[in-house]
Design a protein around this ligand. Structure first.
Ligand SMILES: *[C@@H]1O[C@H](CO)[C@@H](O)[C@H](O)[C@H]1NC(C)=O
Ligand SMILES: *[C@@H]1O[C@H](CO)[C@@H](O)[C@H](O)[C@H]1NC(C)=O
Ligand SMILES: *[C@@H]1O[C@H](CO)[C@@H](O)[C@H](O)[C@H]1NC(C)=O
Ligand SMILES: *[C@@H]1O[C@H](CO)[C@@H](O)[C@H](O)[C@H]1NC(C)=O
Length: 387
């Protein structure tokens, strides 16, 4: 998605798209990949593996009182001011002999050469949403979307959450038609057949806030998706209004991750029983456990300045003179060393990191008791290998 991010029908010029679809779009490379989740399991080694991007104040615990925008000394994001952290699960390929290897990532369209990571979007609401102004996330704000234990989508197709996490199975002809999440190549589950052009995964965070809580016990209930009837682009994320329980519209945070699944499409690599071979790091072969986490950490009022600048909201970082642009070399250099002593990538593993046997559902996955995987961090960290 370059100039026509989520616009399917008639993206003819940048100007038109800018008017209809305003987004700040930029890549952030990988900061570290390890079993930490300071939102869900603060102070502990997390049950499953995550890829984390953003500022280097990321830690096993992240006290909301700490100003991470001021604490981070570098960030993997294209804009130097974005010291936020974003994380999501990691994809593995399961070989016929039952061993697993991390699926490498690729740069997204028009994002340069970040080392892995994700593409981040901050999107403004648009008509027919009645209130088009947004409230920028306050310091200390955090949220999560999706549930790692899910192994089916119980929601009706009209439920506002139903398309919050999705897959696009690229057919090899380009970025594919339609709005992410509702396009012709998109599914809510792992694609059932090989994707000739690789796979892109997509997450819409909720964009309606209760206006009070920086976080909530489940990291979700202080937020909600807009409600109503999807507009012509087929998704209700952009142009519908917030529910009265969560009346404050924030920027719509959307992420994309591109997986180089192609290299596993060779003859004899897919399972003989016709099933698909990819799994999320929670042992999820269905895809429904897809989830993402966000800890706001923009410096000062920089996100507000960017979202008020028409030049920044064109999806091209080079246009954005309200923020400081970093080169690929700069973002790729910002890395944290892993502190959980285990090998997670670069070779075939006989099991997924943590205690994550494959659980296919449809009932929710359950935690494995008496897990014997690494549960403490070490003080002599290893560097995260390059992807
Ligand atoms: C992470 O937290 C530990 C203690 O919980 C602290 O010793 C360490 O300095 C922190 N690291 C960073 C990068 O802030
Ligand atoms: C399992 O299969 C992979 C891919 O073919 C191979 O690289 C790996 O060595 C195999 N592992 C074992 C233990 O046989
Ligand atoms: C979810 O996506 C499907 C297409 O896969 C679409 O039919 C449905 O209307 C969408 N629902 C919402 C609430 O966006
Ligand atoms: C419109 O949204 C803004 C930002 O969320 C909020 O401050 C304002 O009160 C809203 N206006 C109305 C009329 O709801």
């Amino acid at each position: 998605m370059l100039f026509k991010p989520l616009l399917l029908f008639s993206a003819t010029s940048i100007a038109v798209v800018t008017a209809q679809f305003e987004t700040l779009r930029f890549p952030c490379s990988q900061l570290v990949t390890e079993r930490l989740d300071p939102l869900v399991t603060p102070g502990q080694v997390s049950p499953h593996l995550h890829q984390i991007i953003g500022g280097n104040a990321f830690n096993i615990t992240m006290d909301p009182a700490i100003d991470i925008g001021a604490t981070s000394t570098c960030t993997t994001c294209r804009f130097k001011e974005d010291k936020s952290n974003y994380w999501t699960m990691v994809m593995y390929f399961k070989a016929r002999n039952g061993s697993f290897i991390r699926v490498p990532q690729r740069a997204n369209d028009g994002t340069g050469s970040p080392n892995g990571g994700m593409t981040i979007y901050y999107i403004r609401p648009r008509p027919p949403a009645k209130n088009l102004s947004v409230t920028i996330f306050p310091k200390g704000f955090r949220m999560r979307v999706g549930n790692p234990m899910l192994r089916n989508v119980g929601w009706a197709l009209t439920h506002p959450s139903v398309n919050q996490t999705t897959f696009r199975c690229w057919d090899g002809t380009g970025i594919g038609p339609g709005t992410p999440g509702v396009g012709a190549l998109d599914t809510r589950w792992f694609p059932k057949g090989p994707c000739r052009g690789g796979m892109r995964t997509q997450i819409y965070f909720p964009s309606c806030w209760d206006g009070v809580h920086l976080d909530s016990a489940d990291h979700e209930s202080h937020m909600a998706h807009p409600i109503g009837t999807p507009g012509p682009e087929g998704s209700l994320m952009f142009g519908t209004d917030c529910p009265t329980s969560h009346p404050v519209r924030t920027p719509l945070l959307f992420t994309e991750t591109v997986w180089d699944t192609n290299r596993f499409n060779g003859a004899g690599m897919w399972p003989e029983d016709g099933s698909q071979p990819f799994v999320w790091s929670m042992g999820d072969p269905t895809g429904y456990g897809h989830h993402g986490d966000y800890v706001f950490g923009w410096e000062g009022d920089s996100l507000k300045r960017a979202m008020e600048s028409q030049r920044c909201m064109t999806s091209l970082p080079a246009n954005c003179d309200a923020l400081t642009i970093q080169t690929d070399a700069e973002i790729n250099k910002c890395m944290l060393q892993t502190v959980v002593p285990e090998v997670t990538e670069g070779q075939y593993l006989n099991k997924l990191p943590g205690c994550n046997p494959i659980q296919s559902g449809p009932e929710p996955a359950t935690a494995i008791p008496n897990c014997d995987a690494a549960s403490t961090t070490v003080s002599t960290p290893r560097p995260t290998p390059q992807l």
